[in-house]
Design a protein around this ligand. Structure first.
Ligand code: PAF
Length: 322
């Protein structure tokens, strides 16, 4: 082969390799592929694949297949995993500014919470992640947390007194739950079903989509719609992926994350609307009208501690968003 022919052959080879180059990114989350996290992640992945003409695609790892949320965040930080869709419950251990959103009874309802997370406060919080080696793309959603247990109906805060409850490894949650008389037992999510089954703990607290997808009705008799904490979630990407994207691809990822977030929130809405009937059918006894005031009254002393840690003005600024 002549030198010019050889040069052409090498160039053609390089071009076709570049055209076909594909990055397969690992994304993980804690619940099933049909759950809110699965629906949000799938919508994000589909949009990324479409928008980059297949140059980027996802391999999904649902059901905490790559570890609990703490491990997922650590792996994204290290770049050994590309993406994760995680709640803020564990993220505050990496990005302390995030902890404020886990304060009990901080948000009134979904409209309030979504407005704050999509507004200036939430967008600033996403930016804070960069300094910790995590790129936050968009706020997805886990949902308002409710209590389940195997012992008794919880109608008011005093009914929770003395229950041993699995909590996230989150000090803000734990400080608040202690004021309800709960004995908080922090535990990673992948261990929770077995702990409930074996009676190591009496109960746990999570949003309806989690209770449904993890089939907690098989191991918990009572559900109380306490709405005691709004649990935001976020799509995060490893800096080593993000930093090699050109501006157009960055835009594709960001827009895809917004679509993923919308799909995830819609699934939360649907589960909130239909899931309670399903859980009742599965045998759960549900307290729908919980005395919320009794919980808010009980948690008031913890707010003094939260104010010291986060600033009363910052807490009020979130509460005052209309
Ligand atoms: O309770 C938890 O650990 C979280 O809510 C979960 C289930 C991992 C979803 O983010």
């Amino acid at each position: 082969m002549k030198t010019t022919q050889l040069a052409f052959a090498v160039a053609a080879l390089c071009l076709s390799a570049a055209a076909g180059a594909q990055t397969v990114m690992k994304i993980s989350y804690s619940t099933s592929i049909t759950s809110h996290y699965g629906v949000g992640s799938t919508a994000f992945c589909d949009e990324v694949e479409k928008g980059t003409q297949g140059r980027y695609k996802c391999q999904q790892f649902p059901n905490a297949a790559l570890g609990g949320e703490r491990e997922m965040i650590e792996a994204v930080q290290l770049g050994t995993q590309d993406l994760a869709n995680v709640s803020t419950g564990a993220l505050g251990n990496f990005v302390p500014e995030v902890k404020i959103v886990d304060i009990p009874f901080l948000f009134r309802d979904y409209a309030h919470a979504r407005k704050v997370m999509d507004g200036e406060f939430g967008q600033d919080l996403l930016k804070k992640m960069t300094a910790k080696g995590i790129v936050g793309l968009a706020w997805t959603e886990n949902g308002f947390r409710h209590m389940t247990n195997s012992k008794r109906a919880i109608n008011q805060a005093s009914d929770a007194n003395g229950l041993k409850m699995r909590t996230m490894e989150n000090k803000v949650h734990m400080e608040g739950y202690k004021t309800f008389g709960i004995l908080p037992t922090p535990m990673a999510w992948p261990e929770v079903f077995t702990a409930l089954q074996q009676g190591t703990v009496d109960g746990q607290e999570n949003p309806i989509p989690v209770i449904l997808s993890a089939k907690l009705s098989q191991v918990q008799k009572h559900l109380s719609l306490t709405n005691h904490v709004y649990s935001p979630a976020v799509l995060i990407v490893a800096p080593n992926i993000w930093n090699k994207l050109n501006d157009a691809d960055k835009k594709v990822f960001s827009e895809a994350a917004k679509k993923g977030a919308a799909a995830q929130r819609k699934k939360v809405n649907d589960d909130e609307a239909n899931g309670i009937a399903e859980l009742k059918k599965d045998g759960m006894q549900v307290v729908e009208q919980v005395n919320g005031e009794s919980f808010r009254k009980a948690v008031a002393p913890a707010y003094a501690q939260y104010a010291k840690e986060f600033g009363a003005d910052k807490i009020a600024a979130i509460q005052n968003v209309k």
